[in-house]
Write a protein that binds this ligand. Structure first.
Ligand code: PMP
Length: 430
């Protein structure tokens, strides 16, 4: 077929430089090579029965209207329960009709924030390492991302690192706020590091937001996944923050149903009304049956809140055990895992395996990306290079870490362990 050549540039300027995407590349590789997949963040085990049953009921029950459009800004049953559930947690009376907006996953909630509230010339502070889509989303809105790094403090010799060893430098953070700063993106528990920000760190950020009159987009999709007694704090509940914060959540992460793509934004009407403007001019409706099922699942969690029967309680216990298994496997395989306080991700230092994949000083590709490609092809194990979670200028400094997902079936984790044990034997002969 011949392609008509256009005399005009076809690509909108706002897309320049944003065509590469880590997920597209590595999901494709995982599908191409026979491998054990600890890459992308999704469960490879069934969601809990009460969640599946709620969906089945929604699609095959008597209410056939659940097959049609529902309220554009959120299915009534879902916004009502979200307002009740999160009202308690945020210490705010939430109005389901004005303080809650249902979206196509947390991705769309984030996109709405940047499109609705960031202008050309605005700066948006992003804490590194960060969930990769924040940067292109700021740029597509015409804003400028400003990066502040979590710094690794000295770790006792012989001890494994923890995500808590990575901290913000208060002076560096304060100096990243300028007259042009419009917003800061918070992500606690953080993907990819698994850090759960402490109250002190949250207060530091909140005080700076209030002082400089800055908005906060708080991505809390891993809110229920914390370990070792670490507590998830909601920045919107700190003094002065409700009025300037959008809190973002995801049923994909909350109920282990990433394919349903149900997410939400919570915040004051003076902010959420602008998110509704983007929503009504882009997606408009979200799938009705999935929203109904998520509403039922939340109702069950509300009834069981804090009790042993609560899925949120059970899930974090189960995941803490999986986390600990993966730590053992990675150590056996010669990597140095960073023990996450939250999320279902774990970063690991691969420096000691560098002899396996030679450094190529002239290569444009970060080392960790080449390492993971080699590992997929030669060892059949998928992870994600951590340089993907750093801005262009900082990728090279953080290209000796890779990220694993442990929200996986026991059989998958066992298969990964076998690969790592075999790998160690090939290297050491023991
Ligand atoms: N934020 C973070 C930190 C994530 O890790 C993800 C998914 N990997 C999302 C947002 C997107 O969530 P959803 O699948 O609900 O769109």
């Amino acid at each position: 077929m011949t392609q008509t050549k256009m005399s005009k540039a076809v690509q909108a300027r706002r897309l320049e430089g944003l065509d590469k995407n880590i997920w597209v590349e590595f999901v494709q590789m995982a599908a191409t090579y026979p491998s054990v997949n600890l890459g992308q963040g999704f469960p490879d085990l069934p969601p809990p029965d009460f969640v599946k049953e709620a969906f089945v009921k929604a699609v095959s029950g008597e209410n056939f209207m659940l097959h049609q459009y529902t309220r554009a800004f959120g299915h009534p049953a879902l916004v009502t329960i979200l307002a009740r559930f999160y009202g308690k947690l945020l210490g705010q009376e939430l109005d389901p009709w004005t303080n809650v907006l249902v979206t196509i996953g947390a991705y769309q909630a984030l996109f709405n924030c940047f499109q609705a509230l960031v202008d050309e010339g605005d700066e948006v502070i992003i804490i590194e390492p960060y969930f990769d889509c924040y940067e292109p989303m700021v740029k597509m809105a015409g804003g400028t991302p400003v990066f502040v790094q979590l710094r690794l403090k000295a770790v006792e010799a012989g001890k494994l690192m923890s995500s808590g060893d990575w901290q913000l430098d208060p002076v560096e953070l304060a100096s990243s706020f300028t007259k042009r700063t419009k917003a800061i993106v918070m992500n606690s528990p953080n993907n990819p590091l698994g850090k759960v920000f402490s109250r002190k760190e949250m207060e530091l950020i909140a005080d700076l937001c209030v002082k400089h009159d800055v908005l906060c987009f708080s991505d809390e999709v891993y809110e229920w996944l914390t370990y070792d007694g670490n507590v998830h704090l909601r920045i919107a509940s700190l003094p002065g923050m409700w009025d300037r914060t959008i809190t973002i959540g995801s049923a994909g992460k909350t109920f282990s149903t990433t394919g349903w793509k149900v997410g939400w934004s919570l915040g004051p009407d003076h902010l959420v009304r602008h998110l509704r403007t983007v929503h009504q001019n882009s997606v408009y409706h979200c799938p009705t049956a999935a929203q109904e099922a998520v509403a039922q699942a939340f109702q069950r969690e509300l009834d069981n809140y804090g009790k042993p029967d609560s899925y949120f309680v059970q899930l974090s216990q189960e995941l803490q055990q999986k986390r600990d298994w993966l730590v053992q496997s990675l150590v056996a395989g010669g990597m140095k895992p960073i023990i996450p306080e939250g999320t279902y991700f774990m970063m690991a230092d691969i420096s000691e395996l560098k002899s396996e994949v030679p450094e190529l000083p002239d290569s444009d590709e970060p080392y960790d990306s080449r390492f993971v490609k080699w590992m997929i092809k030669n060892k059949g194990l998928v992870a994600i290079p951590v340089s993907a979670f750093y801005s262009t200028g900082h990728k090279r400094n953080f290209d000796h870490f890779i990220r694993f997902c442990f929200m996986k079936d026991e059989a998958t984790l066992k298969a990964a362990d076998d690969i790592l044990q075999r790998w160690r034997m090939e290297k050491t002969g023991q």
